[in-house]
Write a protein that binds this ligand. Structure first.
Ligand code: NI
Length: 167
């Protein structure tokens, strides 16, 4: 297992679109294990491969209190969406920033599991938010990009100030 460094907004590598996984092999399974460890250590409730500079369509999520319900999605696709919800989101790539984002209330997702088997999952509430947030990362989109330009430039200014302080 290994902890992976997490890219920070506005790193341009966060805007790369991730490629589909053609073969679910040991490399992908190792990536999932490392991503899960990195997510738990951060701590966070979701992580996309894009955030660790691996541009493959892989995400991990665990919204349980006791880190006991790891979900891994390879090549996730949203098949159906319904309703609307507004949730305050944060992101391991945008530390210290929490903003309200409007997303679908329910989603039906299809993906492959770590054995390469297809599955579908119906999610609502926080899990639905997480799935949408992480799939956005695979498209090269960070949650703050759902906000106004003004808010985005304020966030960029705040993060570059933080980077100078911690550098
Ligand atoms: Ni994120």
């Amino acid at each position: 297992m290994a902890l992976l460094p997490i890219l920070r907004f506005p790193d341009p590598r966060l805007h790369k679109r991730a490629a589909s996984v053609h073969k679910v092999d040991e490399t992908i399974r190792k990536l999932i294990v490392d991503m899960a460890e990195t997510m738990y250590e951060a701590p966070g409730i979701g992580l996309a491969a894009t955030q660790v500079d691996v541009h493959k369509r892989v995400i991990v999520i665990d919204i349980s209190e006791d880190k006991s319900k790891l979900l891994a999605f390879i090549n996730p696709e949203i098949l159906e969406r319904a309703g609307e919800q507004i949730c305050e989101e944060g992101c391991l790539s945008v530390p210290g920033i929490y903003e309200k984002v409007t997303r679908s209330e329910r989603v039906k997702v299809r993906a492959l599991d770590p054995q390469g088997e297809p599955f579908t999952l119906e999610a609502d509430g926080l899990l639905a938010v997480c799935v949408q947030h992480e799939i956005d990362h695979l498209e090269g989109r960070v949650f703050v990009e759902h906000l106004s330009q003004l808010k985005q430039s304020r966030i960029k200014a705040r993060l570059s100030k933080q980077a100078r302080i911690t550098a």
